[in-house]
Design a protein around this ligand. Sequence first.
Ligand code: PMM
Length: 281
Amino acid sequence: MTSEMVLVRRAARPRPRIMGILNVTPDSFSDGGRWNSVDDAIAHGAAMHEQGADIIDVGGESTRPGAERVPVEEEQQRVLPVVRELNDRGIRVSIDTLNASTAAAAAEAGAGIVNDVSGGLADEEMFRTIASLEVDYIVSHWRGHSAHMNQLASYNELVGDVRTELQARVAELIIWGVDERRLIVDPGLGFAKTGAHNWTLLGNLDRLQSLGYPVLVGASRKGFLADLLEHDANPIDRDPATAVISALAAQAGAWGVRVHDVASTAAALAVWTAWETGATQ
Ligand code: PMM
């Protein structure tokens, strides 16, 4: 060491990808029914892309607490034309589904990512299907269907249990022959988790990152944010809190954030990027 002080700025980290949520469902908890027609859904997906979404996550079955299952044919009728058209417009698309046959059909229609909130537990064909497709796969922590997931929210050591359960799903995917470079993990906020569980997981993202896979955070408009807020007449009132989580997730090194309101998260991540780089880029 010389006596001269040298300031070394560590290399800037990439900003997380923004995944814009496109629920083509009549009943999703925060935006259900709004993008119910194919044309409206495509227009909304394209608008989110314009606002800065890197990926549009198309889903045809609500996973809100208490939600009932949707017949798979109906799910595919909802999502496939939207996936196809967005892909034709050059937009990267993920398919949010629990069903292996929908994952395969959506990949055929151009989806490059399968986002399965059940981590393969809802459909025993999912991992075999993923192994046969050229897609990235988001493996979420999950314990059971929305209709009864709140009864499954009990843990010995929350973060360790979620980490171990995710690791087991990843190990199984690798046995099926899935390329581990195509895996992304997700703590599954709100899925068999209380509000306190969600905050604990967010505060310990580093322990999930230490699994060695990119981490996706899906906190957008979820009920646990409402408990913090004095004025919460509507799920969109949670967008500022969601945007702050996006910036904090960036700071924690998340690979991506899944959000309804792309504009506010894009603004939050622009601030984070300027902070991170000293606005040198
Ligand atoms: N949450 C929902 C749906 N899909 N996918 C991932 N990877 N992570 C999540 O946290 C997640 C998800 C439920 O929220 P929505 O009904 O607003 O889409």
